[in-house]
Design a protein around this ligand. Structure first.
Ligand SMILES: Nc1ncnc2c1ncn2[C@@H]1O[C@H](COP(=O)(O)OP(=O)(O)O)[C@@H](O)[C@H]1O
Ligand SMILES: [Mg+2]
Length: 262
C-alpha cells in the first residue's frame, strides 16, 4: 500500500439506507473498505449489471481523493472498439496506453473463450499478466473490471474467477437491483467463499426512484444484509445521463457523490 493511499485512508462505505423522500436510494456511511489491498477486482453477477459504471465511479472518487488510481479491463468482447476500457480511461483520466488497460479485445459479443474459438484468435494470458504488472508498477491502486460473471471462461481452463484469484485483490460484487438478484448474489458470494477470496462489498446497481421501484427492489438490499455478512452494501441509483456505449460520463458524479464516499 502506498503512503499516498494510507494517507487518505480510503474507504468506501456504503451501507444501504432506506430511500430518501425523493426516492433516490442513498446510502452512505463511510466505513473502511480498502485497507491494504492495492486494488480491487470488480466482478458482476452477470454481464450488463453495471461493472463498468461502478468501476468508473470508484476511479473518479479515488482520484478526487488524490489516489493515483489505474484502471484495467483485462479481457473484453463485443464490437470493434473496447468501449469499457475507453470509458474507464476517460473516468480515471489516465494516460496509459489502451493496450495496457485492455490487453485483450475480441469482436464477437461472446464469452472470451468462445469468441476466440469463433475468430481463431488465441487469448494470451501472458499479455494480460504483462499489462497488469506494468499498471501495477505505475499506479498505487488498481481497479480491475472483470468480464461477465465469475465463471466466464477466458480460456478452456481459466475463468474470470481464476484471474481474480491470481491478482489477489479484494472483490467488489456488482449486481442488479431487481427480482432475481438474491440468487445471483448468493451464487457469486458462494463461489468467492469457496475460492477463499475476500469480498470487499456488494453494489446493487440501477435503482429507479422509489415511486417506480418494484417490491423486489424495495426489499432486496435488506434481504442481502440479513442473509450475508457483507462488509458494506451500496444501493446505486439509475442515472440516465450515463452511457458506457456512447462514452458519456454524464452525471456519473451524482453516483460518485451519493454512493461512493471515500
Ligand atoms: N447506475 C446506472 N445509471 C445509468 N446507467 C447505467 C447505470 N449502470 C449501468 N448503466 C448502463 O447500463 C448498461 C450496462 O452497464 P455496464 O456498466 O456497461 O455493465 P457491465 O460492465 O456489467 O456490462 C450501460 O449502458 C450503462 O451505461
Ligand atoms: Mg463492462
Amino acid at each position: 500500500m502506498s503512503e499516498n493511499f494510507k494517507k487518505h485512508h480510503v474507504g468506501a462505505g456504503l451501507r444501504a439506507r432506506p430511500p430518501n423522500k425523493t426516492g433516490q436510494p442513498q446510502g452512505v456511511a463511510p466505513t473502511t473498505l480498502f485497507t491494504s489491498s492495492g486494488g480491487l477486482f470488480i466482478v458482476g453477477t452477470d454481464t450488463g449489471v453495471g461493472k463498468t459504471v461502478i468501476t468508473a465511479a470508484l476511479a473518479m472518487a479515488l482520484r478526487a481523493k488524490g489516489v493515483d488510481v489505474g484502471v484495467m479491463k483485462p479481457v473484453s468482447t463485443g464490437g470493434k472498439r473496447p468501449l469499457d476500457a475507453l470509458f474507464l480511461k476517460k473516468a480515471a483520466q489516465v494516460a496509459d496506453p489502451l493496450d495496457w488497460i485492455n490487453p485483450v479485445h475480441l469482436t464477437p459479443p461472446l464469452a472470451p473463450w468462445v469468441a476466440s474459438r469463433v475468430t481463431g484468435q488465441k487469448i494470451s494470458l501472458q499479455k494480460i499478466r504483462q499489462a497488469y504488472r506494468r499498471l501495477q508498477t505505475k499506479h498505487s491502486f488498481l481497479l480491475v473490471e472483470g468480464t461477465g460473471g465469475l465463471l466466464v471462461p477466458i480460456t478452456a481452463s481459466f475463468t474470470i474467477l481464476d484471474l481474480a484469484r491470481e491478482f489477489g485483490f479484494p472483490i467488489v460484487v456488482v449486481a442488479r437491483a431487481g427480482l432475481g438478484t438474491l440468487n445471483h448474489i448468493g451464487l457469486t458470494l458462494r463461489a468467492l467463499k469457496e475460492a477463499k477470496l475476500e469480498v470487499a462489498g456488494v453494489v446493487m446497481n440501477g435503482f429507479p426512484p422509489i415511486q417506480k421501484q418494484t417490491l423486489a427492489e424495495r426489499t432486496n438490499a435488506e434481504a442481502i444484509k440479513s442473509l450475508y455478512k457483507v462488509g458494506w452494501l451500496t444501493k446505486v441509483p439509475w442515472e440516465p445521463t450515463v452511457s458506457v456505449e456512447k462514452g458519456i460520463l454524464g452525471n456519473i458524479q451524482l453516483i460518485v457523490n451519493k454512493c461512493i464516499k471515500i
